[in-house]
Design a protein around this ligand. Structure first.
Ligand code: GLY
Ligand code: MN
Length: 442
């Protein structure tokens, strides 16, 4: 774990961003990188705006997540410019003047209206690579996201700087606080909504700050992969609890899933422990040179092995993978890259010049197909679920005999199990940010 001060890590991070931006501009044949932070979007026929989501290319440069109407400009060989919107606005709290360890590295230009940014953007516009969403267009500065520039930046973003890993470590500490509070609320009999509020309170973040909507699932709801309903009343009997909830820090995400059983001596608890042990072995596979697709396919074998051990499956793990039966119980990918976005970009990128690495046939939901290299941060999130519509498919596809349906009925009331950690690939043993975070909080 790096204890280096953020100011030092940030300087190194900025060096890397400048090198990458310089190379990306060269690829695209541009002189300037121009990045709008983004603008507010309004709901149809309404004056209410949607929650603001900052352009990830902007927050990569500075930990600013609540500053619509600002711009970042980088010209190779020069200090980056931050055009910072601090509007005259008595309806809302105006963003404070930029402050913190990162500010000294920028040429900061304060503007009072969004249009004033035009005076600070480089000319001619034809020499600018403008990377952002279409709605950010200002005058002639229309985001065009040149493929050569974006492909390069996205591909290399998979390799996190030590600063970025430090940010994710902080996000994890927040998430861990939330997870502990959520488990306590579950054991006290709270509703899904109540557990969610306990989580937000402990993480000190609300729905708009969290990197994704909390998945708080009691009982059978654990079988819905992205269950975000947040039931307002507690069920009569809370048997099981699946929580997939993260937190943000400085624009970076963590993504953590845990599953708990009310009966800590029962069979569902035993299955959770089996998945947990298998998950730790999968995390250990996060090593330089390992194909992430391999981890995904190995996870199918390990999870099918657990299902066999618990009497749910009657076929070998290999046959379960071959026939697609394992996918009925584990119907999502083993994980994804994570960083500025919970599902980070470029999971399928073949190179920094473009191209795609295909998913294995029959595995449409895998989000990362690259070979792991030092600096990549990925999630490892195996799961076992009892999902009626997928189990029906197993019967229809002629594999019903491979399943002990009485055992399925035993586990169905618990919904499912998912355990998810965020893991850094290094030149040596992997670093598990999530397990470290829980250990630090213990
Ligand atoms: N945490 C939600 C997901 O990875 O899909
Ligand atoms: Mn995830």
């Amino acid at each position: 774990m790096s204890a280096t001060a953020p100011a030092i890590l940030y300087r190194q991070h900025l060096d890397v961003l400048e090198q990458r931006a310089t190379a990306a501009l060269e690829r695209g044949g541009f002189d300037h990188l121009v990045v709008p932070s983004g603008t507010l979007h309004y709901q149809a026929f309404d004056d209410r705006d949607y929650p603001y989501a900052v352009n990830p290319h902007f927050k990569a440069w500075a930990p600013l997540t609540r500053n619509p109407g600002s711009w970042l400009v980088f010209t190779p060989g020069r200090r980056p410019t931050l055009v910072y919107l601090q509007p005259f606005d008595y309806w809302h709290v105006v963003p404070e003047a930029p402050g913190g360890y990162w500010v000294e590295h920028f040429d900061v230009r304060i503007i009072r209206t969004a249009e004033e940014a035009l005076q600070h953007l480089p000319q001619p516009v034809a020499r600018c690579a403008i990377v952002g969403e279409p709605q950010s267009a200002l005058g002639d500065y229309v985001p065009d996201n040149p493929a050569a520039v974006v492909d390069y930046l996205h591909y290399h973003r998979a390799f996190k700087t030590p600063y970025e890993v430090a940010m994710m470590r902080e996000a994890t500490l927040r998430g861990v606080r939330g997870h502990h509070a959520a488990e306590r609320a579950f054991r006290a009999g709270a509703s899904e909504f109540g557990i969610h509020l306990a989580y937000c309170q402990a993480a000190r973040q609300d729905a708009n700050e969290l990197p994704y909507g909390n998945i708080v699932a009691l009982n059978e709801h654990g079988a819905v992969l992205h269950y975000t309903e947040l039931g307002r009343l507690p069920p009569q009997d809370s048997r099981s609890f699946l929580i997939d909830a993260g937190a943000s820090h400085g624009g970076y995400a963590c993504d953590i899933t845990r599953t708990h059983a009310a009966d800590t001596a029962g069979e569902f608890q035993a299955m959770i422990e089996a998945v947990d042990a298998a998950q730790l072995k999968m995390c250990d596979q996060v090593r330089a040179g390992t194909d992430y697709k391999r981890i995904h396919l190995d996870a199918h074998l390990a999870l099918a092995g657990i299902l066999r051990e618990f009497g749910v499956l009657r076929m070998s793990p290999e046959a379960a993978l071959e026939t697609g039966v394992s996918s009925a119980f584990f119907p999502h990918g083993i994980g994804h890259g994570i960083g500025l976005q919970v599902h980070d970009v470029a999971g399928f990128a073949a190179s920094d010049g473009g191209g795609t690495i295909d998913k294995p046939a029959g595995h449409p939901y895998l989000r990362l197909t690259r070979v792991l290299e030092p600096g990549m941060v990925v999630t490892i999130e195996p799961g076992i679920y009892f999902i009626d519509m997928l189990l029906d498919e197993v019967r229809k596809n002629g594999h019903g005999d491979a399943v002990d349906w009485n055992r399925v009925e035993t586990f169905r009331p618990y919904g499912g199990i998912r355990i998810e950690d965020d893991v850094v690939c290094t030149g040596d043993a992997p670093e598990n940010l999530t397990r470290e975070g829980f250990a630090a909080a213990a």
